[in-house]
Design a protein. Structure first.
Ligand SMILES: C[S@@+](CC[C@H](N)C(=O)[O-])C[C@H]1O[C@@H](n2cnc3c(N)ncnc32)[C@H](O)[C@@H]1O
Length: 340
């Protein structure tokens, strides 16, 4: 078994730069691809995995605003930061953004990536789905850039998610059915996959071989953590957003349910594919902090306006009303708050 410095970085709550500095100072041999000897691996692991997390959850009895510390360590500036410093948006690519975050700096990842695989599969000649999708922008440009979900790229994405997530925390990643089969298995190499949830959109959409009514949500953990509630079912009936301002806008309730399952007050929520900002609105509603990015200028401007307005007067510009379906168990969770 050969180890690399990335294995140490993944297992350690200490920022990657500190580990690299130690390696340099102590002249530890590192191969071109980051390989280290078994002996160095054990020494480094012993040294860095036992250190305290970068931030303790509490300082002088008050929760630490991790985003203040991120400000020092992130090597590029947010394009938007809320007045209370609890919400930050970056105009960036998901992997480059995650790489810029310190190790073990976020408490939960909830995300809905723009997979390219499904759309390539659906390009059946002038297939209706991709046709409408591709024509939506000027000069045949797509609605937004897709994440290049090659196996290699996706693995890097997951490894970065693992690195930035604190120990004993959860991650939720949305998948269409094609990407679930091709990419989700990779998550098993990185995280402890606990379940695959189903978002039931209540009404049928497009589709050649059966009309689509659902998407999947992969639920996994880094370390051990229980869910906040034992009453959340694994099928979530929540209506889709119709005539949305931003394509593929998801109902805030989908993200709120993820947070109901796994977040605490003041958790740092991370979404590296922020789109219209539905996950950010869910984070605010759940009393959490938020950090996210998107490559699209439109996504940044839409989510920025949406967040600003919501912080100002609790009005959601792009989802005017609740989209909860007729499901008693789910409705109960929203009506009663937590039901353990
Ligand atoms: C499925 S949408 C997210 C929709 C969002 N959940 C919502 O409710 O509005 C995916 C987003 O990923 C963005 N995106 C595509 N490639 C990206 C990349 N490499 N890094 C970050 N964002 C990317 C797209 O611009 C798009 O806004």
């Amino acid at each position: 078994m050969s180890y690399t410095i990335y294995d140490i970085q993944e297992r350690s709550p200490v920022v990657a730069e500190k580990i690299e500095k130690y390696i340099k100072t102590n002249k530890i041999k590192v191969g071109k691809k980051g390989q280290i000897s078994d002996k160095s691996y054990l020494i480094l692991l012993d040294l860095f995995s036992s250190q305290e997390e970068i931030k303790n959850d509490k300082k002088n009895g008050k929760p630490v605003n991790v985003l203040n510390d991120l400000k020092i360590q992130i090597n590029h500036k947010p394009i938007f930061k809320s007045q209370d410093q609890r919400i930050s948006l970056f105009h960036d690519d998901a992997i480059s953004f995650l790489k810029s975050l310190p190790t073990a700096s976020v408490d939960i990842i909830i995300t809905d990536p723009a997979y390219s695989g499904m759309n390539q599969r659906l390009k059946l000649g002038r297939g209706k789905i991709i046709g409408k999708y591709a024509d939506a922008g000027k000069d045949g440009a797509k609605w937004f850039e897709e994440f290049h979900d090659t196996v290699e790229n996706y693995k890097t994405f997951l490894q970065q998610c693992y690195r930035v997530l604190r120990n004993n925390r959860h991650i939720y990643i949305m998948f269409d059915s094609y990407s679930l089969l091709s990419l989700a298995p990779i998550a098993r190499d990185v995280f402890e996959v606990k379940n695959v949830l189903c978002w039931d959109k209540a009404n049928i959409g497009l589709g050649h071989y059966f009309r689509r009514r659902h998407e999947f949500i992969l639920f996994a953990s880094k370390g051990k953590r229980h869910l906040n509630s034992k009453s959340i079912p694994d099928v979530w009936k929540i209506k889709r957003v119709v005539s949305s301002e931003y394509p593929t806008q998801k109902p805030t309730e989908v993200f709120e349910l993820m947070l109901k399952g796994s977040a605490e007050k003041d958790f740092v929520v991370c979404d590296p594919f922020v789109g219209s900002g539905s996950s950010a609105i869910a984070a605010i509603k759940s009393d959490c902090m938020f950090i996210g990015c998107d490559t699209s200028e439109k996504a940044i401007s839409v989510s920025k306006e949406r967040i600003k307005q919501f912080l100002k007067n609790k009005t959601d510009l792009y989802q005017k009303s609740s989209l909860l379906g007729d499901d008693e168990a789910i409705t109960k969770l929203f009506l009663n708050g937590e039901s353990k």
